[in-house]
Structure formats: C-alpha cells, structure tokens
Design a protein around this ligand. Structure first.
Ligand code: XIL
Length: 319
C-alpha cells in the first residue's frame, strides 16, 4: 500500500496487535507496520497471560513483542496492569495481600522500563454509577489500590506516562466526573497520573459527538493527556442490520472523520493519540472473540483498505 495513514497525522495513530499474528502472518504485520505508528499488545500483558501462577511470570511472548516492536521503531503502549478480567484464578486466594499488587506492577514495569511510552496502569475500575468496583484488585489492594498502583508504577519506570483507562467516560457524565475527581484527588496527594484512556468502542447509533467532544476537552483542560485507546465502530451491533455493506461503511467512515476532527481540536500537547482496537475486521475482538458478524475496523478480511481508511486519508490531506 503506497500511502501510510500514520504519516499524515500530527498525533500517533495506533493499533492493538495480536501476537502471534504479528510475528507469523506477514500480510498482517505488513499492514500494521505500514499504517500505524503505535502498538498496544491486545492481550499479552494481561494478568492471566503474564503471571499465570503467583510469582511465576511468563515473559516469553511479551519479550518477543517488545523486541519486534522496538526493532520496527514503533511507539509501545502497555495494556494493562490492573484489570478485573483476564485474571489468573489464584488472584482470588490472596485478598488483602497488597504485596501481590505491588509486585505485579513492579515486575512488569521494571522489566520493560524505558520501552513503553505509556501504560494503562488501571483499567475499568469504576462502575457506571461512579463507584469503585468491588473487584479482585480492590480486594487485593484495598480501597486505596489506585494510589498504590500509580505510585508503584512511577517508581518502576519514572519515564513512562501513566494512564487510567475506561469505557463510557465520553458519554456517562456521572462516571466521567467520578473518575476525574478521583484522579484529581490522587494528584493533589502527590500521585502522578498523566492521562486518561477513553476506550470508544462505538457503533453507528453514536450521535452524541458533542458530548464526546466536551468530555475529551474537559479531560485536557484538567491537564490530562487524552488517549482514544480502543477505537472501533461496530456496524452490526444487534445483528439485524438491513442496510447494505456499502451504506454501513459510508456511515462508519463519516463517524470516524467526525471523531478525528473533534480530537484534532484538543490542545496538541494533550493528544497522546488514537488507537484502533485491531488491524482488520477478521481479527477484531468483536468478530474473533465475541463471534459476531461485524466490520468494525479500517481494513477488511483481505487486508484491503475500507472506505473509512480512504476518508481518513482524505481528512488528513485536507487538514
Ligand atoms: C479484549 C480483547 O480484545 C480480547 O481478545 C480478549 O479476549 C478480551 O479482551 N476493554 C479492554 C480490552 O480494556 O482489554 C478488551 O480487550 C476489550 C474491552
């Protein structure tokens, strides 16, 4: 493909990558390497993979990913240290043992210190009503577990940017405000939190672009970096779509252009970048993990650019 999306953009355009596709499928890695400037490992760093048994870390694939990505000069974004899903079963046997939390953060971040530009230190910790979820990491680290995680992260890799990552922050004001006030309080007590990851798993019924714009701006105004961290646009979320693929792809393209345009209005110093949650439709978590019929990304099953890619190329060429 002659043109490269990431080269036209003033901010990073990233993708979540699946390993071993990246290492074994040349059509996949070619496309990822040519179009995106930032790589997030989609699953490799999740606790069930990286620490399947207490104290026994499985570095092999993560090391290989880091080496590969570094060789190709891509920015790396770490996802994710603390999340209540994809956990190894032993985590339920250690409530109240904060050393487990500290060791998890420390070991991973120390091993890769200087390699990852940023980390999703904590993922999806808040409920839709703005409470801290009483999940596994809460049970391990207690009600102050975010503080403990961010402090340990900063110590382990002082140069890495530290993010809190979650979904619905762009549209659910109650959740957004709870998260913002929690993070601001952490900062007031001297804890470093650099940015917020807004996942943005969207579908075509997203009409609240103004709301998204004002949420992202609020975060930037509060001096947080803003990362659109897991972008995809489902075109068949309820599996009853009657529009043609052509129509759906045109709407998907239009929505993405609007989104990129509103992101471009954020203060440049606060734009960490936009990361798509996958490279092409058949490797999207929506199709390959959730097993839905869908086409949420920029490239199709044959690695061909979809209308959304063309529309974004045009958007950047004109702006
Ligand atoms: C998903 C991956 O894409 C899947 O492959 C995996 O089976 C489950 O996790 N929010 C997140 C991501 O923060 O880590 C999730 O990724 C998607 C939702």
């Amino acid at each position: 493909m002659p043109q490269q999306l990431h080269q036209l953009s003033s901010f990073h355009i990233g993708t979540a990558v699946k390993w071993p596709e990246l290492s074994q499928k040349s059509s996949y890695s070619h496309l990822a390497l040519s179009q995106f400037s930032s790589f997030t490992p989609e699953n490799l760093l999740k606790a069930s993979r990286i620490q399947p048994q207490r104290g026994k870390f499985n570095w092999q694939e993560a090391d290989a990913f880091v080496k590969f990505t570094e060789q190709h000069g891509k920015r790396m974004h770490g996802h994710t240290l603390l999340w209540d899903r994809d956990l190894p079963p032993w985590i339920n046997d250690v409530p109240g043992d904060e050393k487990v939390l500290l060791d998890h953060v420390r070991h991973i971040m120390t091993r890769y210190a200087g390699k990852f530009s940023g980390w999703d230190v904590v993922n999806e910790a808040f409920t839709e009503t703005g409470e801290l979820r009483p999940g596994s990491w809460f049970k391990v680290g207690g009600s102050e577990y975010l503080t403990k995680a961010f402090v340990a992260a900063e110590k382990a890799d002082p140069h890495a940017l530290l993010f809190y990552n979650d979904f619905d922050l762009e549209v659910n004001e109650r959740k957004r405000d709870a998260v913002l006030s929690h993070l601001i309080k952490l900062r007031e007590t001297g804890v470093r939190v650099d940015g917020i990851g807004v996942q943005l798993h969207l579908n075509l019924s997203t009409t609240r672009l103004n709301k998204i714009a004002s949420s992202l701006k609020t975060m930037a105004t509060e001096n947080f970096l803003v990362h659109i961290s897991e972008l995809d646009v489902s075109v068949n979320p309820y599996d009853g779509e009657t529009n043609t693929k052509e129509e759906l792809f045109a709407m998907q393209a239009e929505l993405l252009v609007q989104l990129f345009s509103l992101y471009s209005e954020i203060n440049p110093s606060k734009r960490y970048g936009i990361t798509f949650w996958g490279v092409c439709d058949n490797h999207s978590w929506i199709t390959s993990d959730l097993k839905q019929v869908d086409y949420p990304l920029l490239f199709d099953d044959e690695y061909r650019a979809k209308p959304a890619w063309h529309a974004l190329m045009k958007f950047f060429s004109n702006s």
